[in-house]
Design a protein around this ligand. Structure first.
Ligand code: SF4
Length: 224
């Protein structure tokens, strides 16, 4: 779909080139962060990740053996501590049991996404974040920002499935990890800077002429 390429160019026009933004020193840090950021901001997730690193619980082996109550305290900043502590332990168990304690080995198995989705606590967005940012594999991450933007542009509706949204990107762009990372980063930047949930800043948005919300706002301004 040309809209996907059009959108990329417009976002670049507003925010310029974006570099890889998901912080983490190891693929496993990125996987931990992908779980911790569920239902919270990245800033909160990052604080929890730093606590785990300082406590030496940032490797699959250490996390697998960690006491769940200690884990819960360390990840308190990112909320849902009990649930996320168990999800982290599930991830660590999977990596130790099936991947010889190295998440990187997931690159060499068939259907890595299916394997991740088999871990309780890892959904599609989390799995794709781990694959794209942690393992540099060409999976597109669809998050709430992506859904909000595409639905405002009329490209999807509320009922469009996750995998269909991801396919819009993967089938209309070159299979390029850096490009997928940059596109996702641009969408996040746009959602934070302009396309907010409430009171989006449409007047300065280059997408306004194609956007259902932007056009309505224009109309409302003219009617005043
Ligand atoms: S015009 Fe407004 S609602 Fe539409 S994409 Fe731009 S900022 Fe978002």
């Amino acid at each position: 779909m040309d809209m996907i390429k059009w959108l990329l160019e417009k976002l670049k026009g507003m925010y310029g080139e974006m570099s890889e933004w998901w912080p983490g020193e190891t693929p496993f840090h990125i996987a931990i962060g992908a779980i911790l950021t569920q239902n919270t901001t990245w800033t909160s997730a990052y604080k929890s990740l730093q606590n785990l690193i300082q406590a030496g619980l940032d490797t699959p082996e250490a996390l697998y053996k960690a006491d769940v109550n200690i884990l819960m305290e360390l990840i308190r900043p990112s909320g849902f501590m009990r649930q996320k502590a168990h999800y982290l332990k599930n991830l660590a168990e999977f990596v130790c049991r099936d991947l010889k304690c190295r998440l990187e080995n997931l690159r060499y198995v068939d259907n890595p996404r299916e394997k991740l989705l088999g871990v309780k606590g890892i959904g599609k967005e989390t799995a794709d974040s781990i694959l794209l940012y942690g393992l540099h594999l060409p999976y597109f991450v669809v998050d709430a920002y992506t859904k909000r933007l595409l639905s405002r542009l009329g490209i999807i509706d509320q009922k469009t499935y996750y995998d269909d949204i991801a396919r819009l990107f993967t089938e209309n762009l070159p299979k390029d990890v850096k490009l997928y990372q940059e596109y996702h980063a641009l969408i996040v930047e746009h959602a934070k800077r302009r396309c907010k949930k409430k009171n989006p800043l449409c007047q300065s948005c280059l997408l306004k002429d194609q956007c259902l919300v932007g056009k309505k706002e224009d109309q409302d301004t003219q009617d005043v």
